[in-house]
Design a protein around this ligand. Structure first.
Ligand SMILES: [Zn+2]
Length: 252
């Protein structure tokens, strides 16, 4: 009798565990970008007061395109905790491959307009400065019906220009790709590690308008039609948005 009860209890426990793991696994933000922020971080304004007197370096317009997760294993010690963050996968592709294809196609378009473009891996140069910085990523979800692109700015944008970059890029990206916008901006996006200029060496310069673009879901067949099969449409949208932004800043 006791044995029977024990085995029933054991079965019940096993069932509970199975349900728990199923639910928690389903809610895993598979494609979430690597983040590095403590939202109550206090920035010492005195330490960064030089920002008020900062002027843009003379030279042609410059854009940084970061390929999310690319060469992730080369991250420096200060970002060693992100080593395992290799991103989403889908359609036979790793996320970094999709991000790289879009970055390179975007660069080709921008260079034709006289813009200097740096294609950057997961590790960005110390205090990296550009007129605009875009971290290119692709999302993932266990539910293949989840689709859409997302675009967000650094939560601590000293330039006050990142939202303008978002407006230009968002409009053109949607028009060029026809993908729907997913408004679910996550704290992982706004607290993206490369935005953490106040606590990391390998991060953007505080006067770099910085955004992160989740180009679509790699796990969605609908989104893969664009980001995997027609990356030139994603690149055209991103490039058009950046060109419009640089024009609005009288840099082109
Ligand atoms: Zn990613």
């Amino acid at each position: 009798m006791i044995k029977k009860r024990l085995s029933a209890l054991f079965l019940l426990l096993a069932a509970c565990l199975a349900v728990f793991f199923y639910v928690s696994d389903n809610s895993l933000p598979q494609g979430a970008p690597p983040y590095d922020v403590v939202f109550d971080d206090v920035v010492d304004v005195n330490e960064f007061s030089w920002i008020n007197h900062w002027t843009r370096p003379v030279g042609p317009p410059r854009v940084g395109l970061q390929v999310g997760h690319w060469k992730n294993d080369e991250l420096p010690d200060e970002l060693a905790h992100l080593h395992g963050n290799t991103g989403a996968s889908g359609g036979g592709k790793a996320e970094w491959e999709v991000n790289l294809a879009i970055a390179e196609l975007t660069k080709t378009i921008l260079v034709q307009r006289g813009i200097e473009v740096d294609i950057l891996p997961a590790t960005i140069p110390p205090s990296y400065w550009a007129d605009a910085f875009v971290a290119i990523h692709a999302d993932g979800n266990l539910d293949s019906r989840i689709n859409g692109y997302k675009i967000a700015a650094s939560w601590r944008d000293m330039t006050k220009k990142a939202n303008t970059v978002i407006e230009f890029v968002g409009k053109e990206y949607q028009q060029s790709t026809g993908l729907i916008e997913d408004p679910e901006i996550t704290t992982n996006m706004r607290g993206y590690y490369a935005f953490s200029w106040w606590r990391r060496l390998h991060a953007v310069h505080p006067m770099t308008p910085s955004i992160i673009l989740e180009t679509g879901f790699l796990t969605s067949p609908l989104d893969r039609r664009i980001i995997v099969n027609k990356p030139e449409l994603a690149a055209q949208g991103l490039a058009n948005g950046l060109i419009n932004y640089l024009e609005s800043e009288s840099l082109l």
